[in-house]
Design a protein around this ligand. Structure first.
Ligand code: HEC
Ligand code: HEC
Ligand code: HEC
Length: 435
């Protein structure tokens, strides 16, 4: 899409030259630009069509919208007057320069695990490598009584009491242990993958912050904008048991692989962060994820293809209403055998999206369609149309139920009232199917 690492780096170097900085700084700033990619700062701190890192993106919370802030080095509206210590206090403890606490929509419980080395580089980049933009921060749309920030301090003390010691990081050693440790750092620290992939408690704290906290870590189920963030552990209830490390790397780098394609809240992670992450670090992330066993009591059987449904469909026998709709509306791309055209139209047979206990994502993508983002390693952007105006709630429920039970899939069924709720809560930004 629009913003890539290279222009950002080129910008960094221009700003630098004009400020007359030395080559050592240039290196530090360049490393900091990469740390900003690993931390995906852009995904939240740049508004749609807004200036780079100038904030203003609305993030929904149960109390109302919270707006990301201006983290460009502008002295009046950004962080231009923040010292390195001010910055570290925010990144490790969630305390702003004025002493108040930030909302945990800013994932500082994860960033608290970043090394000093990475935070120094990031600070150098943000203060010297990013163009200052004058844009005032916007107050949260939260009723004033509820918007007091002191409860956030209590939340902070309960759920992010003291910064964890920074994790071991860097090293370009290829031995498995070192690779796994680097992956742990990237996932638990800057990558903040748990902020979507770990279930949360009633006050929205992640139930586990690290792999060492137990098997709830990255066990999936948190719903972001009506998309389910699935388990990244080795289970067969929507998790990655059937994915090799190479499959994980391909997905993070290109947004697609032989099992499926990215959608929803993962699109931004791929376009601004993982597609720009280097191959060594992607291999490290994959190696770490492969060490995570299944949550207790969850099946680890790998998917086995069952051709009963494809044979029926091929012979023109429709086992259900859902099957009929599938053949009419979907099979042209995803095929009657559910195997799709991997890399182009994702397979639905064995796709982890269709093995989990919650089919929200499936109903959502049928209602709203999807646009697989193009990235430098896979530039084609592929589109699935929206069926919001074409299929009613019962038809979509039949379809979701059919997909979850065919070709060996063991996903959840859905009812029309469940579809109706998702229809209400979502909008359709794509073109209608068939256009
Ligand atoms: C998931 C969304 C998200 C991501 C990713 C994110 N931030 Fe934030 N950040 C926020 C929000 C929202 C706020 C404002 C919170 C508030 O108003 O309490 C914030 C606040 C901040 C602040 C405080 C600014 C101020 O003026 O008080 C800094 C500094 C900051 N973020 C830096 C970063 C950096 C650096 C990164 C990348 C390593 C990053 N953020 C990634 C959402 C995010
Ligand atoms: C024009 C080809 C096309 C048609 C027709 C089509 N799809 Fe898709 N489908 C796609 C593409 C492309 C994606 C990936 C979109 C993305 O990643 O945002 C996709 C993604 C999906 C996914 C998510 C799987 C994943 O890994 O991304 C599901 C579930 C799905 N389609 C179901 C259906 C159903 C049900 C129908 C019929 C109502 C249908 N599709 C019709 C092309 C199509
Ligand atoms: C903003 C929320 C968010 C963050 C942060 C996030 N993810 Fe995701 N992720 C999702 C959602 C939603 C999906 C489901 C869509 C899909 O399958 O493409 C997903 C899907 C995935 C999948 C595909 C799984 C499957 O079963 O299809 C992988 C692998 C993945 N994420 C890895 C990561 C890693 C590694 C990180 C951290 C670097 C990360 N994610 C951070 C929201 C997020």
């Amino acid at each position: 899409m629009k913003r890539r690492l290279l222009p950002v780096l080129a910008g960094a170097i221009c700003v630098l030259q004009s400020s007359g900085a030395y080559a050592d700084d240039a290196d530090l700033i360049k490393r900091g630009a990469y740390v900003a990619v690993l931390g995906d700062c852009e995904a939240c701190h740049t508004a749609h069509d807004g200036k780079y890192l100038a904030g203003g993106l609305a993030l929904q919370s149960p109390l109302g919208a919270i707006y990301s802030t201006n983290i460009t080095p502008d002295r009046d509206t950004g962080i231009g007057t923040w010292s390195y210590d001010d910055f570290v206090r925010l990144m490790r403890r969630g305390i702003r320069k004025d002493g108040s606490s930030v909302y945990p929509a800013m994932p500082y419980p994860s960033y608290s695990k970043m090394t000093d080395e990475d935070l120094r580089a990031l600070y150098a980049y943000l203060t010297q490598g990013v163009a200052p933009v004058s844009l005032k921060n916007r107050a949260p749309d939260i009723p004033w009584l509820l918007s007091a920030r002191w409860p956030l301090a209590i939340w902070r003390l309960l759920f992010a009491p003291s910064p964890a010691p920074p994790l071991p990081s860097a090293s370009h050693d290829e031995t498995t242990d070192v690779l796994v440790e680097r992956g742990r750092y990237l996932v638990e620290g800057p990558g903040h993958c748990g902020s979507c992939h770990t279930p949360r408690n009633l006050v929205l704290a992640e139930k586990a912050q690290t792999a060492a906290d137990g098997p709830k870590y990255l066990s999936g189920g948190f719903i972001v904008d009506n998309w389910v963030a699935p388990s990244l552990r080795s289970d067969d209830a929507g998790g990655l048991v059937g994915w090799t490390s190479e499959d994980i790397v391909a997905f993070l780098k290109t947004g697609r692989n032989r099992h499926g394609a990215t959608f929803g809240a993962m699109n931004g992670v791929i376009t601004h962060s993982t597609s720009l992450t280097n191959d060594h670090d992607l291999a490290a992330i994959a190696a770490f994820l492969k060490t995570l066993g299944p949550p207790p009591g969850v099946s680890v059987e790998t998917f086995r293809y069952d051709d009963a449904v494809s044979r029926q469909l091929f012979a023109g026998k429709m086992p259900s209403e859902g099957a009929k709709i599938y053949v009419d509306r979907c099979a042209a791309c995803h095929r009657t055998d559910g195997r799709g055209y991997p890399g182009v139209f994702p397979p639905l047979a064995g796709n982890p999206v269709l093995q989990g206990p919650d089919a929200t994502s499936t109903a959502h993508i049928i209602l709203s369609g999807g646009r697989l983002p193009g990235v430098s390693a896979a530039p084609s952007s592929l589109v699935m149309g929206s069926y919001r105006e074409v299929l009613d709630d019962q038809q979509i429920a039949d379809l979701v139920t059919f997909l979850g039970q065919s070709w060996g899939n063991h996903g959840a069924a859905m009812t029309a009232p469940q579809v109706a709720k998702i229809r209400q809560a979502t909008t359709d930004e794509r073109r209608p199917a068939g256009d």
